[in-house]
Design a protein. Sequence first.
Length: 256
Amino acid sequence: MHMHAGRRASRPAFTIVELMVVVGIVAALAALALPALASARRTSLATADLAVMRSLSSAHASYMNLNEDRFVDVGLPHGSSGQPQRSFVTTLRPYLDGNALAFRSPLDASPHWPTELGGDGEPVVAGANPVFRRTSYGMNNWLSRSFSPAVALDGPGAGVDRLQQVRDPERIACFLLMAERGSYASADHPHVEQWANSPNPARTAATQVQVNAVDRRTPQVASLANWAFVDGHVRTMPFEDIWRSVAENRLDPTPR
């Protein structure tokens, strides 16, 4: 058979319909992959946050060893600058090589960090003396010498402020993640006693603590966050395992 030298075999071209089908398949695959990638990223950030919390707990243990087993204290009330020199953000810094960024969680999406710490510079409280976020973390206020509910009821010296006074240090949470927005975004402790009278403790707690820091679901009893305990161990836990009621929770260290 003789073929002309300039003739080439024809190849079928994509039709518009076929091209649209391919584009649709690619888009569908991307839509399936994006949630998985987002979930993997959240898991990675949660793991990194647990490492930061372990460092914070280790620094706290070093502090207690040199201070007769006394816990650190808090000094940043919600909505004001307070007394930062009393806060663990100041007192633990020497045990963390002076690293201010050690107090910023990989999970933290707050816009309230100052620009000098890589934040958006949006103050929690605006004005002549604006208040910014100083730490992602808070301390369980039941363990504070200054803001414990026991101190509020019975005066200075009341309550639990050292390791020997906690009967179950592996059960009681010490450090947690503060809410990223609202007045508690600049605080270094919640007010756990306020959760007790709420018809929805998870929602109330979420105004103070980032109870959904890991899963980012609407705050509810199943929401996941990281928690560090008095004995130094850290865990990702649902809110319902931290707080069920006044009589059943992992925050109040007083004997039941």
